[in-house]
Design a protein around this ligand. Structure first.
Ligand SMILES: [Zn+2]
Length: 872
């Protein structure tokens, strides 16, 4: 046995302090230096080797001339002094090894595979899940550098034998772990949809010598269900020979799978691609032996239609002898969407083609079997939990989880119940990007394609920890490289069965959208009360806090809510104050309200925004959105008072009634002039294209809520120009929340993350000072902040100055989210410089409805979105 006499742990500490060596030529495309070669036994030159190898960052520019050489050496010297642990700065080498407990027996009993990381004079032994299982030090660096197959080494109490060298790339990407990890097909990019021009209709396979070849069509055995040669036909890709070996053991003839032309006619190009993608995933054609998929298209791109297409196809057709791939399909979705799913099936396919079974009080799971005409069951997550035992009896060929980001916490009961259904084809639908949190990401991936990322422990060691470490500001160059490589490897592995497109791709099909931000003049009463509120004890207490303190609990939330209520209508504040238990209540406050002020008799004239609203509402059908039920109550009273017919959808609306309300509102004969909508009600699928005007009466911390509300009206199928009006009380907390929104993401932004809690709960003292200040004299605080030099005549101001963008979104993969979250003051609102600015003194707003409300508006911004671009 050669070289088995590696130093023991006891004598192995001689190399703890590395000698300072001038940098020599690096092993890999390092800088050419004129220094003498280091002694063979010296530690290798400390270069951030991975950075060199992986990023091809040439360091040669650093090393021209003596001065730079000196600086380079100096920098390395500094690294030596400050580094901890020191070995990080040596070039690491990686070996695949076998290990066993040290023994003198001749025949070793190998315990398992492992990865040996050798660096300088030290080694770390990692098991195949990335865990450290041994360390050693004091070896000869030159020896460690050139280990080759068959050599042995003692590491801790373990003996290892080298099996081979692992490349830097394989280590960085983490591929050396989990040997069994999936081989992904070479072609991982989404294939373009297949439009097969001419193809033989009839095929007969001949299973010879492992290859399945098409023979001449002597006898028609199977015909495609639809004509693959028809213009615009969408033909699914044919399975590979490997796939045929796996799934066509009986050698049935190959038949083209063609999407029902009835459906194809409705598909946008991105939906055709999506259908092919889903088909390939569910058929196990993208990843051998795996049939899971994630469709994470943004809201409004037609995820449901794509699913309907692929389900209908698989229920009726199949590539092998034309046999349908599925008998039954199960769709699980939030309760509010159950009826919606059934309606979508009926809309695209018609009741005569498919009958969808929706589980509710009257339709139990057990009765599904006795409804032989039904092949699709739709059930809510809540019902699923209650009837999981009955569901297990049924054999579903595919499981679709709508709003599937609910499964992100793998511990919750729902995931358990779904996993118990033992259905291999699993499809998650979500409008939320799934990679925001690496643990949630794992849960979702694990659900659709179990085991693909290894065990939870291995995933943490191999992906999560290195990626998170690489995002720490204190990480080393090597850690950063490895983290980035692991992240991109993770994306590569999961990208094969994940598809996400953003709304931009359909903007070209959408009607024009004209968006207004309307700054509404606060009334005298609002101004007075605002001043009093800012001087109350709770707000003063918030402001007097130490500047480093971060508030996570009330009273600041109570203060913010009081101010927001006041902005919506003083009456809302009156109601809370009347109870006197409210934290904001102080003696003398009630006297500010006019004499005889009472619940139920609120005047329109008390709220600036309400004044604008009542003027704005003329003969148009409007959706009116608020975050507050109480505000909706007031708006409802106002409508009654004026005599407008309204309908209403909020959290209290029974699920069973929603679809009826929506249908009657969208009907061209609708008598409802106005839809009162709670921003949190209704789920994603709510479609209100009957209206083309939408008013956002108040502003939410989370821009996703506003975007979701807009998407109810501005969506595929809307033919009219859409007008959005966002109301803000001038100078108030609402403007500040709006600014924060704009900074967080562009207003036309595409990242919708509804999973994040809307209510922001943590603020720095500086943020609170800004929130709790008020300028009664400004006509538009936001315009003041923009530093815009325009005259407010509605002409495009253009770029006054380029302002640095601040990305506040947190995404754990990728480097762009490192920015510390600070309250944006003058930054990141550059997008608003593309909008038209109208001061209150302008003659006309180019909007007949706004012109009505002219005298209550202090300022307005406007932008137009049309045909996939923002113009002004
Ligand atoms: Zn301006």
């Amino acid at each position: 046995m050669r070289r088995s006499g590696a130093p023991s742990q006891l004598s192995g500490n001689t190399a703890k302090k590395p000698r300072f060596m001038p940098p020599g030529p690096a092993k890999n495309n390092g800088p050419p230096l004129s220094h003498p070669q280091p002694e063979p036994s010296a530690p290798p030159p400390p270069t951030p080797a991975l950075g060199n190898v992986l990023l091809n960052k040439s360091k040669s520019t650093l090393c021209h001339g003596r001065l730079t050489n000196f600086l380079f050496c100096f920098a390395i010297a500094v690294l030596y002094i400050t580094a901890d642990p020191f070995f990080v700065y040596f070039k690491a080498r990686y070996y695949s090894v076998m290990w066993c407990k040290a023994s003198s027996r001749k025949h070793k009993r190998w315990e398992g595979d492992a990865v040996l990381v050798a660096r300088g004079r030290t080694v770390v032994l990692k098991d195949m899940e990335g865990r450290d299982i041994g360390r050693g030090a004091g070896y000869k660096a030159s020896e460690l550098e050139s280990l080759c197959e068959g050599q042995t080494l003692m590491v801790g109490g373990k003996q290892i034998e080298v099996m081979g060298v692992i490349s830097d790339e394989d280590y960085a990407k983490g591929r050396c772990f989990q040997n069994a990890a999936v081989e992904t097909p070479a072609e991982t990019v989404l294939k373009a949809p297949v439009y097969r021009p001419v193809f033989k209709s009839f095929t007969k396979p001949a299973l010879k010598g492992g290859a399945l070849t098409d023979s001449e069509p002597e006898k028609p055995i199977c015909k495609p269900k639809h004509d693959p040669n028809a213009p615009g036909a969408l033909v699914m890709p044919r399975p590979t020979t490997d796939h045929q070996w796996l799934y066509n053991k009986s050698g049935s003839p190959l038949v083209d799978v063609v999407i029902d032309p009835h459906l194809t006619n409705h598909l946008r190009p991105h939906q055709r691609e999506g259908v092919v993608f889903l088909y390939e995933c569910l058929m196990g054609m993208r990843l051998p032996g795996r049939c899971g998929a994630i469709l994470a298209d943004e809201m409004g791109l037609g995820k449901t239609l794509q699913c309907v297409c692929v389900l209908w196809t698989l229920l009726r057709q199949g590539p092998y002898g034309g046999r349908p791939v599925l008998k039954r399909a199960l769709v699980v979705c939030p309760g509010s969407l159950v009826k919606n799913w059934a309606a979508e099936f009926n809309k695209w396919l018609g009741r005569e083609r498919i009958s969808v079974y929706t589980v509710d009080q009257d339709h139990r799971v057990e009765d599904f079997v006795s409804s032989p005409l039904c092949s699709v069951m739709v059930i809510s997550y809540e019902m699923l939990l209650r009837s999981v035992d009955q569901l297990k009896e049924l054999d579903f060929g595919v499981l679709i989880c709508d709003e599937g980001h609910r499964l992100k916490n793998s511990n919750i009961k729902t995931s358990g119940a779904l996993t118990a259904l033992s259905c291999e084809r699993r499809l998650i639908l979500t409008g939320t990007p799934v990679q925001n949190d690496l643990q949630e990401f794992y849960s979702i991936i694990e659900f659709v394609n179990p085991g693909i990322l290894g065990t939870s422990a291995a995933y943490r060691k191999i992906y999560e920890e290195p990626i998170l470490r690489s995002r720490q500001p204190t990480c080393t160059e090597e850690e950063r490289c490895i983290g980035e490589e692991r992240a991109s490897e993770l994306f590569r592995l999961t990208g094969v069965f994940t598809l996400r497109r953003t709304q931009e791709i359909i903007n070209q099909y959408l009607s024009e959208r004209i968006e207004w931000t309307v700054f509404c003049k606060p009334t005298e009463l609002q101004l007075r009360l605002y001043g009093v509120l800012l001087a109350t004890r709770p707000i003063r207490a918030c402001l007097s806090g130490a500047s480093t303190h971060t508030y996570t609990h009330s009273p600041h939330l109570a203060c913010i809510n009081a101010l927001k209520k006041l902005c919506n209508h003083p009456g809302l504040l009156y109601n809370t104050l009347q109870e006197k238990s409210d934290e904001m209540y102080e003696d003398g406050m009630m006297e500010l309200f006019p004499e005889g002020y009472s619940t139920g008799a609120f005047s329109t004239a008390d709220s600036g925004k309400l004044l604008v609203l009542t003027d704005l509402l003329s003969a148009i059908q409007v959706v009116l959105v608020s975050n507050y039920t109480q505000t909706l109550d007031i708006l409802q009273d106002v409508c009654d008072h004026i005599g407008y017919k309204w309908c209403r959808l909020d959290g209290q609306t029974p699920v069973a009634q929603r679809q009826r309300i929506v249908d009657s509102f969208n009907s061209p004969h609708s008598s409802s002039f106005l839809m009162l909508l709670s921003s949190k009600a209704g789920g994603v699928g709510l479609n209100l294209i009957g209206a083309s005007h939408l008013v956002l009466y108040d502003v939410d911390w989370n821009p996703a809520n506003d975007i979701q509300a807009m998407a109810r009206v501005w969506r595929d199928g809307q033919k009219k120009t859409v007008h959005i009006y966002r109301f803000l009380t001038t100078g108030s907390i609402e403007e500040k929340i709006y600014q924060r929104q704009v900074s967080k993401q562009g207003l036309s932004g595409t990242v919708v993350d509804l999973s994040k809690k809307a209510e922001h709960s943590s603020f720095s003292a500086e943020e609170l000072r800004d929130l709790f200040s008020f300028d009664p004299n400004t006509t538009c605080l936001t315009h003041d902040l923009l530093d815009c030099q325009c005259t407010g005549d509605g002409n495009t101001p253009g770029f006054g100055k380029e302002i640095k963008e601040d990305i506040g979104r947190t995404c754990q993969l990728g480097r762009h989210s490192d920015s510390t979250v600070s309250f944006p003051q003058r930054v990141s609102m550059s997008e608003l410089m593309h909008w038209r600015h109208f001061s209150g003194g302008v003659q006309s707003y180019d909007d007949i409805y706004l012109n009505h409300a002219h005298k209550h508006i202090t300022y307005a911004f406007q932008s137009t979105t049309s045909k996939s671009q923002t113009t002004v």
